[in-house]
Design a protein around this ligand. Structure first.
Ligand SMILES: *[C@@H]1O[C@H](CO)[C@@H](O)[C@H](O)[C@H]1NC(C)=O
Ligand SMILES: *[C@@H]1O[C@H](CO)[C@@H](O)[C@H](O)[C@H]1NC(C)=O
Ligand SMILES: *[C@@H]1O[C@H](CO)[C@@H](O)[C@H](O)[C@H]1NC(C)=O
Ligand SMILES: *[C@@H]1O[C@H](CO)[C@@H](O)[C@H](O)[C@H]1NC(C)=O
Ligand SMILES: *[C@@H]1O[C@H](CO)[C@@H](O)[C@H](O)[C@H]1NC(C)=O
Ligand SMILES: *[C@@H]1O[C@H](CO)[C@@H](O)[C@H](O)[C@H]1NC(C)=O
Ligand SMILES: *[C@@H]1O[C@H](CO)[C@@H](O)[C@H](O)[C@H]1NC(C)=O
Ligand SMILES: *[C@@H]1O[C@H](CO)[C@@H](O)[C@H](O)[C@H]1NC(C)=O
Ligand SMILES: *[C@@H]1O[C@H](CO)[C@@H](O)[C@H](O)[C@H]1NC(C)=O
Length: 386
């Protein structure tokens, strides 16, 4: 009778459930898995031993080598000090099927120092060399991500010093800031909603102060007949707050314009129309504007003086949320109004005109819902909604 030897039995057992050792990093601080690619059978256990530095064994996908796979295996970070020479921590992956398992080290993710981007990737049961899902291709795509991260980091930061020409006249003005589209859930009191907005350096938060908003009184003119808005600008005004223009003596307007055209009504912008107030008045009419976005709002008075010069050209402008830390600050806006429509006007003489009153609601037609908006564009009509 033939009986298999004990040795043969042991071999058979190990063939069906082997243990495979993989080193993660090494004593030189290398950003490597060793071996990089392994083949394992169902039931095998892959034991990862973490060496010096602070690595992880994190499952990804072939398509996104340096991003954790949702629901994938993940050792978490396993820091090992440089002077530790034994008792290294381990992590075990049990191979449940023969599908490829893609692995990377998640240290310094999304930075130029990304371990994955330096090629610290590993695979179980990847495709053979030459196959689309070979280890070579997987590692190359990780290295490409690393190269991209490095290139981004070394690219000069976007300069706020770009200049463009104003919408009329010959003045040059700072370019609008570059905005990044952001989607956030805004929670106010017991309400919460999702809003998509354009964020840019210095933009205020998109979260209203309350569901009804706060009221900010802005005087338009004063009893001395001055051509001023008081205060001249307001910052950190969240959506839903209300600007209550209070009209004093003379005959002013609060008319929305744009940074690049300070003294010209913005198409579809809000406009109080002229609100004449007699010299002896004791009560003052108001015009309320709800702030729907955190992008700057620019206003001017479109009244002309008898000599044909304009209140705007004399500096009678106002702004909500100008980015004071940027070249498009309130002062720059006011200087531009004076330059384009004031005494230093370059071919933009304040010719007497009969400005037509624009409806109050045009720009806001799309803002009927309770949406917090923060547009990077200074021409905010093309807004993102929910
Ligand atoms: C290991 O790396 C992670 C992620 O970068 C970090 O949060 C953690 O503090 C590090 N641990 C040590 C001991 O350096
Ligand atoms: C490693 O160095 C740290 C401080 O530098 C020390 O506290 C620790 O005991 C050392 N560990 C070993 C294993 O030598
Ligand atoms: C294999 O299955 C076990 C038990 O369900 C699970 O804990 C382990 O994460 C699985 N391995 C992989 C690579 O998904
Ligand atoms: C106010 O100004 C507008 C525009 O200049 C003018 O049409 C209107 O007659 C003025 N109203 C008064 C009462 O002066
Ligand atoms: C503007 O708002 C203020 C404060 O809420 C209010 O007293 C005033 O009546 C409003 N004006 C108009 C024209 O609705
Ligand atoms: C604000 O605008 C003025 C122009 O009136 C400019 O000189 C100043 O540099 C601007 N501030 C910033 C922070 O850019
Ligand atoms: C016009 O230019 C002069 C000299 O450049 C300057 O001093 C003055 O403030 C300017 N006036 C206005 C209204 O900008
Ligand atoms: C400012 O100048 C422009 C260009 O000449 C003109 O169209 C506009 O009506 C002027 N605005 C005021 C308020 O003077
Ligand atoms: C904000 O939206 C309301 C409602 O649509 C509108 O009446 C108001 O004019 C808008 N505000 C601005 C500055 O466009």
């Amino acid at each position: 009778m033939f009986f298999p030897s004990l040795a043969a039995l042991a071999l058979a057992a190990s063939a069906s459930a082997a243990i495979i050792n993989v080193d993660v990093g090494n004593s030189d601080g290398g950003l490597v898995f060793n071996p990089e690619a392994i083949f394992a059978n169902v039931g095998d256990q892959v034991i990862y031993t973490f060496h010096q530095k602070n690595h992880s064994v994190t499952q990804s996908s072939f398509a996104a080598p340096c991003s954790p796979l949702e629901g994938g295996v993940n050792s978490g970070f396993m820091p090992v000090a440089a002077n530790v020479t034994e008792g290294f921590p381990t992590f075990t992956i049990t191979v449940n099927d023969t599908k490829p398992i893609w692995v990377f080290c998640d240290q310094a993710a999304d930075t130029p120092n990304s371990h994955c981007g330096a090629g610290m990737v590993h695979a179980i049961n990847c495709g053979p060399d030459g196959a689309p899902n070979s280890f070579t291709n997987f590692k190359q795509s990780a290295l490409n991500i690393g190269a991209q991260l490095k290139a981004q980091a070394s690219a000069p930061p976007p300069t706020p010093t770009e200049w463009t020409t104003a919408d009329y006249g010959t003045a040059t003005i700072p370019a609008a800031p570059v905005a990044e589209t952001v989607t956030v859930t805004v929670t106010v009191e017991a309400s919460s909603w999702v809003t998509t907005y354009a964020s840019y350096p210095g933009s205020p938060a998109a979260t209203p102060a309350s569901l009804t908003g706060n009221v900010h009184v802005v005087k338009v003119g004063n009893s001395d007949g001055a051509t001023i808005f008081d205060p001249p600008f307001l910052t950190d005004i969240p959506p839903r707050d209300i600007i209550s223009f209070e009209f004093h003596q003379k005959n002013h307007s609060a008319t929305q314009s744009s940074f690049g055209a300070p003294c010209i009504p913005a198409p579809g912008g809000v406009d109080s129309g002229f609100l004449p107030v007699p010299a002896d008045a004791t009560s003052f009419p108001t015009f309320n504007v709800t702030v729907n976005e955190t992008a700057p709002l620019w206003f001017f008075c479109r009244q002309l003086k008898p000599d044909g010069s304009s209140h705007c050209g004399a500096g009678m402008v106002f702004a909500v949320n100008p980015v004071e830390s940027s070249p498009r600050n309130f002062s720059a806006f006011q200087v531009l109004a004076k330059t384009l429509n004031g005494t230093n006007s370059t071919g933009a003489a304040a010719a007497p005109s009969t400005p037509s009153q624009t409806p109050d609601s045009g720009a806001s037609a799309g803002f009927a819902t309770n949406v917090a908006l923060a547009m990077g564009s200074l021409f905010a009509a093309a807004a993102f909604l929910l």
